[in-house]
Design a binder for this molecule. Structure first.
Ligand code: SF4
Length: 309
């Protein structure tokens, strides 16, 4: 059995934030790190807290960094560096008013750009249509920004959802993509807008890293008999799951290699291992090795290994 991997590892925004925190820590580690939505088990800050040896080998300064999940406990004189998810503007202002010094905001530039574009368009009077899951934190942020300007933000989960928007009453709509949303659906929505001449302004806000990750996962799913997705619980993983599922192959979502079942690979010649944006390449490689060992334990099939991406 051949095991293929898309070893893309951390996305651009996460790698940038780890690098930035590491650089700060190597100069002076007397600060705390935080960002919003850090509750996920696979969140990047949790990985620092767990002291992942591979992570610390790459970014040794992280071993000296203190992580916090509730910034309301910070006070006058505390120093803070923000991770790839950043904090909402009102949260940063509130911290500043309490005397907390934000040394660096390492929010991913793609996320910051999405929020900026949503703000621009609602200020111009547009409602927002966002391609992505029905409830994700980017959508919630966009809804909040839209509501502050008396506008609405709609989730576009499938391409046809765009046709149900309030064009009939003359309300202008701007289409954006949740940064890690399903890029195939985004392109289908654009095709529908163009084919039906729908009055929708298109703003391309999908993240290029997520686009490449989905494309590579889809290519592997095309040639594999079975796909194993190492799921970090984020929206990027959901999109990878969706594009692989569209290839009509079984896709197994797991949080750890230990729950992978040998029965999934019965009769399979090619298995693909893919992962979300918070899943490092060493975890993918480890899962691939595990699958190979499961295959080797099941004669008469033979195990082979190839890495892609
Ligand atoms: S997946 Fe894209 S948008 Fe999300 S953090 Fe990574 S680079 Fe930024």
């Amino acid at each position: 059995m051949e095991v293929l991997t898309a070893s893309v590892g951390f996305c651009i925004g996460i790698a940038r934030a780890y690098r930035g925190i590491n650089d700060h820590a190597l100069r002076d580690s007397s600060f705390t790190v935080a960002h919003q939505n850090s509750k996920l088990e696979q969140d990047t800050l949790r990985r620092i807290e767990r002291g992942d040896p591979e992570l610390l080998k790459r970014y040794p300064g992280l071993s000296q960094v203190a992580v916090i999940h509730d910034v309301s406990t910070l006070g006058d004189g505390d120093r803070l560096v923000l991770g790839f998810h950043g904090l909402p503007p009102e949260g940063k202002s509130e911290l500043a008013s309490r005397g907390v010094k934000i040394l660096d905001d390492l929010i991913c530039p793609f996320i910051a750009r999405l929020d900026r574009i949503v703000e621009q368009e609602v200020q111009r009077g547009f409602d927002i249509a966002m391609v992505g899951s029905a409830d994700n934190h980017h959508l919630r942020t966009a809804r909040k920004i839209a509501a502050e300007h008396g506008r609405r933000c709609f989730a576009i989960v499938s391409a046809q959802d765009i046709e149900a928007l309030p064009f009939a009453v003359g309300q202008p709509v701007a289409l954006v993509g949740e940064v890690t949303g399903n890029t195939e659906i985004f392109h289908e929505v654009i095709r529908l807008i163009e084919t039906k001449h729908l009055p929708v302004k298109i703003r391309k806000t999908m993240c290029s890293d997520s686009y490449g990750r989905q494309r590579r996962a889809a290519e592997l799913a095309e040639i594999a008999d079975v796909v194993v997705l190492i799921d970090d619980g984020g929206d990027g993983s959901q999109s990878v799951f969706e594009v692989c599922s569209r290839r009509n192959k079984p896709v197994h979502r797991v949080h750890a290699k230990e729950v992978i079942e040998p029965a999934w690979f019965e009769g399979a010649n090619v298995v693909a291992i893919v992962g979300g944006i918070m899943v490092p390449e060493w975890t993918i490689a480890d899962a691939a090795e595990h699958v190979r060992s499961l295959a080797a334990a099941q004669p008469p099939s033979s195990a082979a290994a190839t890495a892609v991406g």
